[in-house]
Write a protein that binds this ligand. Sequence first.
Ligand SMILES: [Zn+2]
Length: 472
Amino acid sequence: MRCRVFFVLVLTVLIGGGATGNQGAVPQPDWRTAEAELIAHFQELVRMDTTDPPGGERPAVDYLKKVLAAAGIESQEFALEANRPSLVARLKGNGRKRPLLLMGHTDTVNVDASKWTLPPFSAAREGGYIYGRGTVDDKDNVAASLMVMLMLKRLNVPLDRDVIFLAESGEEGATRVGIQFMTERHYDAIDAEFCLAEGGNGYRAAGNVRFMSVQTLEKIPYAIELVARGPAGHGSVPLEGNAVARVSMAVAAVAKWTPPVRLNETTSAYFKRLADISPPADAQRYRDVLDPKKISEVDAYFRRHEPRHASMLRTSVSPNIVQAGYRINVIPSEAIATLDVRALQDEDVPAFLETIRNVVDDPAVEVRFAQRDTRPPGAGARIDSEAFKTIEAAVRTHYNAPTLPTMSTGATDMAYLRGKGMQCYGVGPATDVEDGPKGFGAHSDQERILESELTRFLRFYWDAATTLARAR
Ligand SMILES: [Zn+2]
C-alpha cells in the first residue's frame, strides 16, 4: 500500500495534476492502481455479513476507519446502538461553497444461502463478475465513495467545498439507527448542498449502456387500512354484512379504481428523454405521455405492459395484505385489508384518504391510515443545478449516453436529506437488464456486479465529485 501511494504521488507530479492544477482538467490518479485498490476494498466489504436484520455494521465501520486513517483521514462514529454505527469522514475545503456529501449504506438485505451458486459472502470473482450480497446494493457506492476520499487526500486536491463521506447503517430495515439518527441528532456532521448516493444506475442492454438513470425524486410510502366489521356467528348460517365479504368488495372497488394521473418536472423530463432514445413506436408512446389528450390511452397501455411507468404517473395503491377469519365454521366479526400507498411528493394525503373512502363507498368499512416506516416528504432535487449538469457531463464522458432524471417508485434514505433541503442525486454502476430476470440483482436470490462497470463507475464518480468540489 505504501509504495502504491508513493507511485501515485510521483505520477501526479509528472503529469502536473493534483495540488497545482487549479483551472485545468480534473486531476487523475494512476487508474490501474486505483481500480485494483477499489476491487480489494470492495471484496473486503462484501465478505462481511452485515445483513439487516440484525445489521451489525460494526466490522464494516472498523474497516473503513482503518483504511481512512492509513491515508491520514480522520473519521468519527455515530451510534445509536453500539453494534450499528455509521461513520463520517470529512476533507476540508476553503469554504467558498457548501459541502458535498458522498453516501452509501453498509448493511444489506438477508440471504437464503441455499439459493447461491457461489457463497453470498465470498466476493468470488468469476467470468468478469464479483458475486455477493451487497455487490449492487450498496457496497458499490460505499467502496467508490471511500476511494474518492482516499484519492482526493493522496492527490492533495484543493477543494472549494468540504467533501463528506457517510457510511450509514440501517438503510435496509432500521433507518432509526442510521439516516434518521444522523438527520435528527447529528445533521451538522453531514449537512451539505449536494449529496450523491444510491438510487440510480446505468441501463445496459446487449452490453451497451443506453442511458444513466439519476434519481432526483421519490414517492413517499403510506399505509391505508380498510376495516370491515359485521356480525359474528356460526358458519352454517350465512349472514348479511359478513365482514370478509364486505372487505373483499372494498378491496375490489379500490382495485378497479384508477387514481388520477399527474406529471412533475422529473417525470416529464424522464419521458421526454426516454422518447429520444427509444425505437419509434415506444418513442411515440413516451411523447404521448406529455399530451393531455393522449395520456389516458398511454396510461392504459402502461398499466398492462409497463406497470412501473404507470406507477410513475400517479399516487399508486396496491392491496397487499388481507387478514380475516381464523377457522372454517366461524364468521369473523372483523376483516382488515392493508393498501400499500406510494404518494407523489406533492400529494394532499388526507384528501387522498377521503377519496379512497368515497371509492369504497361503504359506511360499514372504516378507512384509516395505518402505521408504517415512512419517509419525510421534501422537494425533489433540481435538474438545472450545478450538480445535475456535472453528473450529466460525466455520464456523457464515461458512458457516452444520456442522463434520465428519475422518480423512484420505492423509497431511499435520500428522502431524509431532501426533507432537510439537501439536493440529492441517486447514482450507481451500470447493470445488465438481462441480469434481473436471471435472478441476479438487488434483493434477488443472488447478486453480482460486472467488475468493468464497478471500475467505470469509480471513474465517473471521481469525475463528478471532483468537478463539483475542487477549487477553481
Ligand atoms: Zn440500498
